[in-house]
Unconditional design. Structure first.
Length: 422
């Protein structure tokens, strides 16, 4: 892989006016930011676009642009055939870590899966991009951004590749309570965690514990952490995880919180703020996206709770299928699924995006990417991609009910298989 990275980097170095397209999640924005910093250092002219995904329509529009060099980051591996067809005669680079749909013939395709590595656990798009850019210039000041992308794609425990990047960064690691948002008050962090169903439950818990609900998570001392660990461990949930923090960064000290900021920027359609934040600018504006993002997440959770026993939600042992339609933003259905995964094991969420239906799957127990791929094949319509723990697809709206029927049957079969195996 290192040989291909070096060869690809040498070819890109000869190009000018580079068109960059990346994904809108934390990993995609991180990858784009690392790539932009490299291009700036080389004095290259470029334009960047952040998109929620690729389909033939998006690719067709991009191919019409008057650029001869295109770079796809954190996407493209699932559209190799379409890219080679539509971008014939152009120089195309794909740096992606999703499972490839086919083997590339005419374009430069760098993907860990091509070398026997798991792109879902060993290399994120941002870490792959970091390794690529290192072949062209010193990019170590962006090492922490590569780790942000890896954390955004849930790539823990860190692989040897990420451990190497960690050593090159200014990031410190220590154990802490499994809560998102180091700068948030404890009560707020607990309310949005997987430990409690409601704010009321979290309030009662904190009151009994004797820790100030306004105390920030990153201000918890050793005694506080011990109290929380002992109190939360009764439900046999994972209570501790690694806290990754930068030594000299007051704004984004907690890398997991930075992940949330980048996701907020991308999903609230302000990805340029995320890139700027990664490069050291517009930080207050990027943080400002969090309020709107968290409000939408709260609405999504409230809708789910209110409709849990309704017709749009199938809630069975081991899995949940949510047909939110237009009640939850397409950009947030995956976020809701990730939050619920801790409780139910496997979640499939559907939401309307323009004229299509977006499907997001998260699972702790089965291969989400392979499962969605099999469902799309049975349905005979749509496109899918992703990783073992997290995958997504787009299907025609008129196929929603058929997809849900197929998914419910398949997940019931897998639940039975798990019971027999256990």
């Amino acid at each position: 892989m290192k040989e291909l990275l070096k060869k690809a980097a040498e070819q890109l170095k000869e190009k000018d006016r580079i068109r960059v397209i990346s994904h809108y999640d934390a990993d995609g924005i991180s990858a784009a930011s690392i790539f932009v910093r490299m291009l700036q250092k080389l004095g290259k002219e470029f334009i960047v676009s952040i998109v929620p995904g690729l389909d033939k329509g998006v690719l067709t529009q991009l191919a019409k642009e008057e650029y001869s060099t295109f770079v796809f980051l954190d996407l493209g591996s699932g559209s190799i055939a379409d890219i080679e067809e539509l971008f014939a005669g152009k120089d195309v680079f794909v740096l992606d870590h999703h499972v490839p749909s086919s083997k590339a013939q005419e374009i430069i395709h760098v993907n860990p899966h091509l070398f026997g590595l798991d792109g879902g656990t060993e290399l994120s798009a941002s870490s792959l991009c970091y390794l690529f850019c290192k072949e062209l210039t010193d990019i170590t000041e962006m090492a922490h951004i590569a780790l942000v992308g890896a954390l955004g794609d849930l790539q823990e425990p860190f692989s040897p590749y990420h451990e190497t990047i960690l050593k090159e960064s200014d990031v410190e690691v220590k154990k802490g309570i499994r809560l998102y948002g180091g700068s948030r008050p404890l009560l707020k962090a607990l309310e949005f965690s997987s430990f409690f169903e409601s704010r009321e439950e979290a309030e009662i818990f904190v009151e009994k514990l004797g820790i100030s609900p306004e105390k920030k998570v990153n201000e918890l001392n050793e005694e506080d952490v011990t109290k929380l660990q002992e109190a939360l461990s009764v439900d046999n949930k994972e209570v501790l995880w690694n806290i990754y923090s930068r030594k000299d960064d007051d704004h984004y000290k907690d890398l997991r919180e930075f992940v949330t900021i980048l996701n907020a920027c991308g999903k609230m359609n302000k990805p340029s703020l995320g890139i700027a934040a990664c490069l050291g600018g517009l930080r207050e504006k990027a943080v400002g996206c969090l309020f709107e993002y968290r409000q939408e997440i709260l609405k999504a959770r409230e809708w789910f709770k209110a409709n849990r026993k309704g017709k749009r939600i199938i809630d069975k042992e081991g899995f949940v299928i949510i047909n939110a339609q237009d009640k939850i933003m397409g950009a947030l259905i995956g976020t809701l699924a990730s939050m619920l995964k801790e409780e139910k094991g496997t979640i499939i969420g559907l939401s309307h995006v323009e004229e299509k239906t977006k499907v997001s799957m998260r699972s702790k127990t089965i291969d989400a990417q392979a499962t969605l791929k099999a469902l799309i094949k049975k349905l005979g319509k749509g496109q899918s991609g992703g990783h073992k723990q997290a995958a997504g697809a787009f299907i025609p709206r008129e196929s929603e009910e058929e997809f849900i029927r197929l998914a419910s049957r398949l997940l019931e079969e897998k639940s039975v298989e798990e019971e027999i195996t256990a």
